[in-house]
Design a protein around this ligand. Structure first.
Ligand code: NAP
Length: 515
């Protein structure tokens, strides 16, 4: 009997025993620093000439681990292995498939501190953010397993005289999962487990910056006893192996989360038919955001400032859901600026290995350079209120940065920065604020702080985002509670963690028999 689904509780780090467990996990991790992780294709391990070196973004002299780096030859091998495995896996009972997810969830839950410690050191997450990533991975596994059991009953159809009719779901084939580094465990686990539990086989192409976490997740599949070839671990340069996988005629669908540029490229390449290809490839593309929080004149400003600062600077603003535009109605603008500066100033910047750290490093040199360039642009496009500097040496630390008086047409108000930079925009009134909020090519998350029910109702209808939050932060969607996905250039609105998600990875077959 499967228990009722509930979200994995977060660890309370105010408790000494939990802090000790995390410190122990760091000690354990120290022993495996520098370890090499081979490719895993069809259950076999492959070493490669080239390697990916994973660096601690808080201390770039420290190597977290190394991973093999696939080329197109290994990508071909992986497609062959996944295609072969599909022939058996597609016939495995959905309930049995779900069992592998339950086992994987149990393994991660048992070792959650080890996973979170690695997320701190490889991805630069604070303890709380790392724990949330680990908890979300567990949630995806638990939730999709239950969803598949439910969907195995098939689609409801009406009876028809003289016939029996049924309509059931079958898998598609080989899936390429391409994941980002910002939720390197949760998003990879979510995308891969959804494809696997629906009866497909998967090639996991994780982000290069967090290849070690992905390798650890691959080990979970192995330890859960997933048959060889159902999940394959294929790190490698996205532009090389990613392109090859996406174009391949034997790939049936691509499940991608990452930037708009790469997502649109995948969309274009997947639309072309390669010689020998028998199907129209499906793509699920979850991409970037330029998310806004509106602060109305009738709002609790204290709550609004807390919500804005949490949404803007949690994980250094490196969330697709991060608030990067605070749109504030002019009556409360000055008061809000004061509160935002105060709350931003209270954030502690430190190596996230310390439980005290609220703000850690950004992920790598490329991100660091790009964010600092945006800050340079911001200096001419807005009024710097706080931040803009790089407070700690030896790591990619950028202070949380706030620009005020930013025009809605400024580059820092329109382009996804993906770092700790907030643009504050003044609006004449609520109408104007809503117009500014919607004036973007993206449509992922949004927030409104208002105590006026009519204004909230209006935002409910007109604020064009996939995930809208009232009087709270606009990050932190929970699996099964706030299905997640964005509109327009934010993606295909797949609603990960919702009841519709698994349907994207299957096709429905209707069978009729005349009596
Ligand atoms: P990215 O640069 O687009 O990379 C994402 C993945 O795509 C990585 O595994 C990358 O591999 C791979 N890749 C790169 N070039 C490729 C190509 N030509 N073909 C196929 N794959 C390719 O994004 P990121 O920097 O990792 O992640 C940040 C972005 O993700 C932000 O825009 C953020 O908003 C978005 N995001 C969206 C959501 C959502 O749910 N909407 C959630 C999280 C993040 P390499 O690492 O080897 O380059």
């Amino acid at each position: 009997m499967v228990k009722h689904y509930s979200n994995e509780p977060y660890v309370d780090f105010t408790k000494k025993e939990n802090r000790m467990k995390m410190e122990n996990a760091f000690k354990q991790l120290q022993k495996s620093k520098g370890k090499y992780h081979p490719l895993v294709i069809g259950g076999k391990k492959f070493d490669t000439d080239k390697t990916i070196t994973s660096i601690n973004p808080s201390n770039f002299k420290e190597v977290i681990g190394k991973s093999a780096s696939a080329d197109t030859g290994y990508a071909e091998k992986a497609i062959e292995a996944a295609s072969m495995a599909f022939e058996e896996w597609k016939h495995v009972d959905p309930k049995e498939r779900a069992e592998y997810l339950f086992k994987a969830a149990a393994i991660i839950r048992r070792e959650k501190y080890e996973f979170s410690a690695l997320l701190v050191e490889e991805a630069g997450k604070s303890w709380v953010e790392a724990d949330a990533d680990t908890a979300e991975a567990i949630d995806f596994l638990e939730y999709y397993a239950r969803q598949m059991i439910e969907l195995s009953k098939g689609m409801d159809v009406f009876p028809y005289p003289g016939e029996t009719n049924e309509c059931f779901y079958i898998p598609l084939g080989v899936c390429v999962v391409i994941s980002p580094w910002n939720f390197p465990l949760a998003i990879l686990a979510g995308m891969a487990s959804a494809a696997i539990v629906t009866g497909n086989t998967v090639i996991m192409k994780p982000a290069s910056s967090t290849a070690v976490i992905a390798a650890k997740f691959m080990e979970v599949w192995e330890r859960a006893g997933l048959p060889d070839g159902v999940a394959n671990y294929l790190p490698g340069p996205g532009s090389l192996v990613g392109d090859y996988l996406v174009k391949h005629p034997k790939v049936r669908f691509i499940n991608f989360t990452g930037s708009k540029e790469v997502g649109l490229r995948i969309n274009r390449l997947a639309a072309d038919i390669s010689p020998g290809q028998k199907w129209i490839k499906r793509t699920t593309l979850e991409m970037g955001g330029k998310d806004a929080i509106i602060v109305d004149s009738q709002a609790s400003l204290e709550d609004a400032a807390t919500g804005v600062v949490k949404s803007a600077f949690g994980y250094q603003g490196q969330k697709c859901s991060a608030c990067s535009r605070a749109i504030i109605v002019k009556d409360v603008y000055d008061e809000m600026l004061k509160l935002i500066i105060e709350k931003t100033g209270a954030l502690k910047i430190n190596d996230p290995k310390s439980v005290e750290a609220d703000i850690g490093p950004v992920i790598d040199q490329k991100a660091y350079n790009s964010i600092l360039n945006y800050i340079k642009t911001g200096n001419s496009e807005g009024r710097l209120l706080t931040g803009g500097n790089t407070p700690i040496e030896n790591g990619y630390f950028i202070a949380p940065t706030v620009f005020a008086d930013v025009s809605p047409s400024a580059r820092i108000a329109r382009e996804e920065i993906f770092g700790p930079v907030l643009s504050v925009i003044k609006a004449e009134n609520f109408d104007h604020a809503l117009t500014i909020a919607n004036d973007t090519e993206y449509g992922l998350t949004g927030g409104v702080f208002s105590l006026n029910r009519q204004k909230l109702q209006r935002a409910r209808r007109e604020f064009n985002v996939g995930n809208l939050y009232f009087n709270r932060k606009c990050t932190g969607a929970l699996v099964g509670i706030q299905p997640f996905g964005g509109f327009n250039m934010s993606g295909t609105d797949s609603k990960a963690g919702g009841t519709d998600y698994l349907l994207l990875f299957m096709q429905a077959k209707s069978v009729t028999e005349k009596l």
